[in-house]
Design a protein around this ligand. Structure first.
Ligand code: IPE
Ligand code: IPE
Ligand code: MG
Length: 231
């Protein structure tokens, strides 16, 4: 399978982009350096996913819990995010991606929120969906969905109601979730949507994530038998 195109069994890959800080520390550099190299890796990975025929990519960029980090690190990550927003329109068109942000935007300053919404609208014509999870938490997302339903006056809800009110209402759930950085947990990522996702963990630190690692994850995915509770 390595390097070949994917088919309809694998339309959506999600990445937990972990290991930036350790990557930098190993080089005697500040953690922030790992985040800027990680941002370049993100561009490369998106391009490669498009090349192999993936239709939707979701990346976990910043969690609702990541605000706990030292202020200097949070500020550095937000600076990288701001820089990305300034060039994102051009990059999105180059890579044919429709950018959608997952998470509660209200935490960001008004001008940042406006840039995020504009980018979502202005890239909507592009065929490859790129969900970027920022200020995203899986629990927060479910609570937000339920509160939306309550506000609509619902007193009893279905699974479909929740699915339709998640930040990912516009796309199918991920077929494959890849986490770099050697930790084997979801860290509050896509809790609802991951119910039947295949999980793949690798030791590669995110800035080193490359085509070989993606090929290995894809190959592993194709070795799985997805039963969804059946036989
Ligand atoms: C992932 O890398 C990026 C974010 C969470 C923003 P980390 O910053 O978690 O890097 P490690 O896991 O500490 O190495
Ligand atoms: C998960 O990584 C969040 C992102 C990659 C954005 P963390 O580094 O925050 O996760 P934990 O703390 O190791 O669980
Ligand atoms: Mg981490």
């Amino acid at each position: 399978m390595a390097g070949t195109k994917v088919d309809e069994r694998l339309t959506h890959i999600a990445f937990i982009m972990d290991g930036n800080g350790r990557w930098a520390k190993k080089r005697g550099m500040p953690r922030e350096y790992g985040h800027s190299v990680g941002a370049k890796t993100f561009e490369r990975v998106i391009r490669y996913c498009g090349d192999i025929g993936i239709r939707a990519v979701t990346v976990y960029a910043f969690s609702t819990e990541n605000w706990k980090r030292p202020e200097t690190e949070v500020r550095a990550i937000m600076k990288i995010f701001g820089e990305y927003l300034n060039v994102a329109r051009k990059k999105a068109d180059e890579n044919s991606v429709h950018v959608v942000f997952l998470g509660d935007k209200r935490i960001f300053p008004a001008d940042v929120q406006e840039k995020m919404t504009a980018l979502e609208n202005e890239t909507a014509h592009n065929p490859l969906l790129l969900n970027i999870a920022v200020n995203y938490g899986g629990r927060d997302e479910i609570v937000h969905a339920v509160n939306t339903l309550i506000a609509e006056g619902k007193t009893e809800i279905t699974e479909d109601d929740i699915t339709a009110n998640l930040y990912t209402a516009h796309c199918p759930p991920p077929d494959l979730i890849v986490r770099t950085g050697a930790e084997r947990r979801l860290s509050n990522f896509l809790l609802w949507q991951s119910a039947y996702a295949e999980l793949y963990f690798c030791d590669t630190l995110w800035p080193d994530m490359g085509e070989d690692d993606i090929n290995a994850a894809v190959e592993d995915f194709y070795s799985r038998k997805r039963r969804y509770g059946g036989i």
